[in-house]
Design a protein. Structure first.
Lengths: 363, 457
């Protein structure tokens, strides 16, 4: 029975509490749980199999995400997968706050989440049988792998540009904005080679790179001519920017956002049928991935329409990553009917107009 | 306040009301303005349109400038009368209404005079056009260093918007990022310029948050920014950015002159226009005992009334109570260990509407090199220090305006020669003195223009 509910497709809507209980049984049963969680369970002041009965109860867990910087990846694989688990890959977090955190993605989860994301692309009218150009973090980052799979599953070829976001962050932190700038222009140049010579139907990139691409009139023309859809992710896009793309820059191109994280082993889809004035709203595939928007000082949920910090849960047969407070701020939005947890909108860093401290001088 | 005033971005395709907006309140904290904040994509597309745009021919643009100045000062712009505009600016920025009125007149004069004023910076060897007869013998011509000029404006005083009009007169396309404290003046001025003949792609208003602000500078050929020391340091090594920072203006009275003959000028230099300009005096240096000078200044400044900014007799700039307390806290921390003549119990004076003015502060230092002499705050706040021959000109390093009351010509030669003292006024001239055609911090034209050799048949 346990296996059944955990093996449902991501699009299915099992009872979320029943699902969580099954997942606790899987991850904390000595027969099936991972070495990491079985070891970690000994230091918890509760018994997950007895005490975690609902999505809400996931908040009992400490945020273990930083431990993923050091754990042996083999220890993260549930024993229930047997001696030869089908490992798709090991993926790492951005690594912007020190050593990277690692997760292991197994075949069953990967196929499920990708099928769900594919269905989202179909629903949004994205074409099949076209080639993809990925200008996304490559290497150990999950985003690059995702585009390979998308293109293949949807009947196309993937073109890619190498991108190392950690190096960019390092340059910016060291005050070398000009070098970061040159690197970004280098990426755009690489993308341009593909755009000029190949058939590209879908581009997947980040909002900052899309902005750079949009500065080049010739590339804007090429995209309007060839490309049918743009998927963006990995950073934030406000409603004004989206409106400008849709009305002025890429008027005939479908634009769709994804909000994801390596730490949830995937992403979410932008809600379909949003109006120009709506913010970008993301609905996670609950109960596998759930969000909670909280006031970080009290850990209580903020009201709908209010801003707070995003807490993410990933619960699957593949992994258990509960109660992870991310740095992103978002507006709490009511989830689709019958879905557990929160949806999120306007995910962004804190807006800042000027430095608020007293500055000498009169300006 | 029922209906907010919308300040939209003025982009290359007309005005744009963003979904992302900042509510700007008046000094009492009541919401007054909804300021649209445009994203980086809007900025880069607008800057790109500025770059592709034409420049209006000289005669046309000077006529449009003069007309716009008049419209700005007296007309109805975007549905708002001149009187409503002045009142709103006063309530929003806390700038006393009489000062707003003067600044508006000054902007209109600058608009009419911008080209003539800019021409003062043209080298004597340069002409404006290859058609000039001098070109047959060979000459320098005066040309723009670029086409697109950006301004990160300040909101401390509407008058800051008179300077960039020279760039317009010289043929630049201009992008202005308004200050959050007072975005209405550049909105009105740019609306007036557009209504008078300038194209939407020739002059733009780009209100942005912090993240997109640098993009404006990055895509401009040349820029002017206003800010504190941090901003000055940030752009110090960038030859395309002209920073306007703290003025730290000062007055020196040497022993050969009697300070009593100049007390009006001294007090006026400190408090003129509410003490919020970079040309207001921050420190007074006295050769001999500074105590009686400090006492006299304190006595005079204490008579200034505390009035709401929209009052016809208002002198002091109003702030939100919170902002006022923040500045007061900063002052009290900096003033520790100095001798207080005025403002020792605090300078915040709360007004009936919940806003506050900062009342004058006078502190005496015992060392000419005390660091406080460079602490410039945006209200009548002065540091009175002793000056000695040994201290010499070194204490005046990084001064926007120095008024020197002295008969010592050798000293005046040294002060004039020091390039870190930007302006030198000799005798009974207040530090805030300015006149069209006389540079404020060198001529803007020195930054905007260069020479090119031309010889023709």
């Amino acid at each position: 029975m346990i296996d059944n509910i955990l093996d449902l497709p991501v699009g299915a809507r099992p009872d979320s509490d029943e699902f969580v209980r099954a997942a606790m049984e899987w991850h904390f049963n000595p027969e099936t749980g991972s070495a990491y969680w079985l070891r970690r369970a000994k230091t918890l002041d509760f018994d997950p199999r007895a005490d975690v009965k609902s999505i809400e109860d996931l908040a009992l867990f400490p945020n273990i995400i930083n431990e993923l910087r050091d754990v042996r990846v083999e220890d993260l694989i549930p024993r229930g997968y047997g001696p030869n688990p089908d490992v798709v890959g090991v993926y790492e977090s951005g690594g912007t706050t020190g050593a990277p955190k690692r997760v292991v993605v197994l075949r069953d989860w990967w196929d499920r989440i990708m099928a769900w994301m594919n269905a989202g692309l179909d629903a949004a009218g994205f074409p099949r049988n076209v080639n993809w150009l990925a200008v996304m973090p490559s290497g150990p980052h999950i985003a690059g792998e995702l585009t390979t799979k998308h293109a293949a599953d949807r009947g196309g070829i993937r073109f890619a540009v190498d991108m190392d976001p950690r190096w960019v962050k390092k340059l910016i932190a060291a005050g070398k904005a000009e070098e970061a700038d040159s690197y970004a222009e280098h990426l755009v140049e690489q993308a341009a080679f593909v755009l000029r010579t190949q058939d590209v139907g879908v581009i997947m990139t980040t909002p900052p790179l899309l902005e750079r691409i949009a500065r080049h009139d010739d590339l804007v023309d090429l995209i309007n001519e060839k490309v049918e859809g743009i998927v963006w992710g990995g950073a934030h896009m406000d409603a004004d920017t989206r409106y400008l793309y849709r009305t002025e820059v890429f008027p005939g191109v479908r634009l769709r956002g994804g909000y994801g994280s390596t730490m949830i082993l995937g992403g979410t889809n932008e809600r379909a049928d949003l109006t120009d004035d709506d913010p970008c709203i993301f609905d996670p595939p609950a109960p596998f991935i759930t969000f909670r928007v909280v006031d970080p000082d009290t850990d209580h949920s903020v009201g709908y329409g209010e801003r707070g910090q995003v807490v993410m849960n990933h619960v699957s047969k593949n992994m258990l990553l509960p109660n992870n407070l991310e740095r992103d701020l978002a507006t709490r939005v009511e989830p689709p009917a019958g879905q557990a947890g929160d949806s999120v909108a306007d995910v962004s860093p804190v807006a800042r107009f000027d430095d608020e401290a007293v500055i000498e001088g009169v300006y | 306040m029922t209906d907010p005033i919308y300040i939209d971005a003025l982009g290359a395709n007309g005005s744009y009301r963003a979904r992302s907006r900042l509510t700007v309140s008046d000094v009492a904290g009541d919401p007054l303005v909804e300021l649209s904040l445009v994203p980086k994509l809007f900025v880069s597309r607008t800057m790109s349109a500025l770059r592709k745009a034409d420049t209006l021919p000289l005669e046309e643009r000077l006529a449009a400038l003069a007309k716009a100045g008049e419209l700005f000062a007296t007309g109805v712009v975007d549905g708002m009368s001149a009187a409503d505009y002045q009142y709103t600016v006063s309530r929003m920025s806390g700038t006393p209404l009489p000062i707003v009125r003067e600044a508006v007149q000054a902007i209109a004069r600058s608009a009419a005079d911008a080209y003539r004023s800019a021409q003062q910076a043209r080298p004597v060897g340069a002409v404006n056009d290859w058609r000039d007869p001098n070109a047959r013998r060979g000459t320098a011509t005066w040309i723009r260093r670029g086409d697109v000029f950006a301004v990160h404006a300040a909101g401390n005083h509407p008058g800051v918007h008179s300077l960039w009009l020279e760039a317009i007169a010289l043929g630049y396309r201009v992008a202005v990022r308004p200050s959050r404290r007072e975005p209405l003046t550049p909105y009105r001025l740019i609306s007036a310029l557009r209504a008078s003949g300038f194209g939407d792609d020739q002059i733009v208003l780009l209100p942005t948050d912090y993240a997109a602000a640098d993009e404006i500078l990055r895509q401009a050929d040349l820029s002017m920014v206003y800010g504190g020391q941090e901003v000055i340091d940030k752009y110090a090594a960038d030859p395309t950015v002209l920073p306007n920072g703290p003025g730290r203006s000062k007055i020196l009275i040497t022993a050969d002159s009697d300070w009593r003959d100049h007390i009006d000028m001294i007090v006026d230099s400190i408090s003129h226009q509410g003490g919020t300009a970079c040309v207001n005096t921050t420190a007074v240096f006295v050769e001999g005992d500074p105590t009686p000078v400090a006492e006299a200044i304190a006595e005079r400044l204490s008579a200034i009334p505390s009035l709401p900014p929209e009052d016809d007799k208002a002198v002091l700039t109003a702030y939100s109570l919170e902002a006022a307390k923040k500045i007061e806290g900063y002052l009290l921390a900096k003033a520790a260990g100095t001798k207080t003549h005025l403002g020792g119990d605090g300078v915040v004076d709360e007004l009936a509407d919940g806003s506050a003015v900062l009342r004058p502060a006078v502190h005496q230092l015992d060392d000419p090199f005390a660091e406080q002499a460079g602490v410039e705050l945006a209200f009548p706040c002065v540091w009175v220090a002793p000056w000695t021959r040994e201290a010499g000109t070194a204490v005046f390093k990084d001064t926007l305006v120095l008024t020197a009351v002295t008969k010592d010509e050798r000293l005046l030669d040294d002060l004039l020669a020091d390039p870190t003292i930007k302006n030198l006024y000799i005798g009974d001239h207040p530090t805030y003195w300015m006149a069209p055609g006389v540079p404020h911090d060198a001529y803007l034209g020195e930054f905007l223009m260069r020479t090119k050799a031309v010889i023709r048949d």
